[in-house]
Design a protein around this ligand. Structure first.
Ligand code: GDP
Ligand code: MG
Length: 168
């Protein structure tokens, strides 16, 4: 099995960290500063049964300048070419206009492509808190899967990969 996965989400949710964890190399630039990742960086995850190419997209956000506009267009065109989309959010951050902007764009661009809600940084929150968090997002989009993870510690990342592999 093989396919492409795009990871999208607001800046600093942990997209690069997840990619680095999966691919096992520090290939995407990690930083606390927003928008460090300028180009889509591809990493390949290979097992006996699957080969999955991950694309760490630059943040989709309301463009404030020309470069931002280019980045949004580039990210959206990437989404049309993949088999699965991870929409990543930070468990510690409330749903905001940034998320709504992305979800709105997603719906206009993507047709049948499965979209996973990947909730990152669960090492920072209490499990009870997650239910309400998920409900809010589910009202905006009918996600194919909802997967809580910690990209930093690797919690549940293997499960995310298995679910993804089954989808291909
Ligand atoms: P990106 O902008 O979405 O690519 O986010 P990064 O991968 O650069 O991560 C932004 C910050 O969040 C970095 O300081 C990471 O170490 C931190 N981070 C990423 N994943 C996790 C996680 O699962 N738990 C915690 N506590 N911090 C994380
Ligand atoms: Mg990044």
């Amino acid at each position: 099995k093989s396919g492409f996965v795009a990871i999208i989400g607001r800046p600093n949710v942990g997209k690069s960290t997840l990619m680095n964890h999966i691919v096992g190399q520090k290939i995407a630039i990690m930083s606390d500063k927003a928008q460090t990742t300028r180009n889509k960086i591809q990493g390949v995850y290979t097992t006996d049964t699957a080969q999955i190419v991950f694309i760490d997209t630059p943040g989709i956000h309301k463009p404030k300048h020309k470069l931002g506009d280019f980045m949004v267009k580039s990210a959206l065109s990437t989404l049309r070419e993949v088999e699965v989309i991870y929409f990543m959010v930070n468990a510690m951050q409330k749903l905001g206009p940034g998320d709504e902007f992305i979800i709105d764009k997603l719906q206009s661009v993507v047709g049948e492509t499965p979209i996973y809600l990947v909730i990152n940084k669960i090492d920072q929150v209490h499990p009870d808190y997650l239910m309400g968090f998920i409900d809010e997002y589910r009202q905006l989009l009918d996600f194919t899967e909802v997967v809580p993870i910690s990209a930093l510690e690797g919690n549940n990342v293997q499960n995310l990969l298995s679910i993804t592999e089954k989808q291909l």
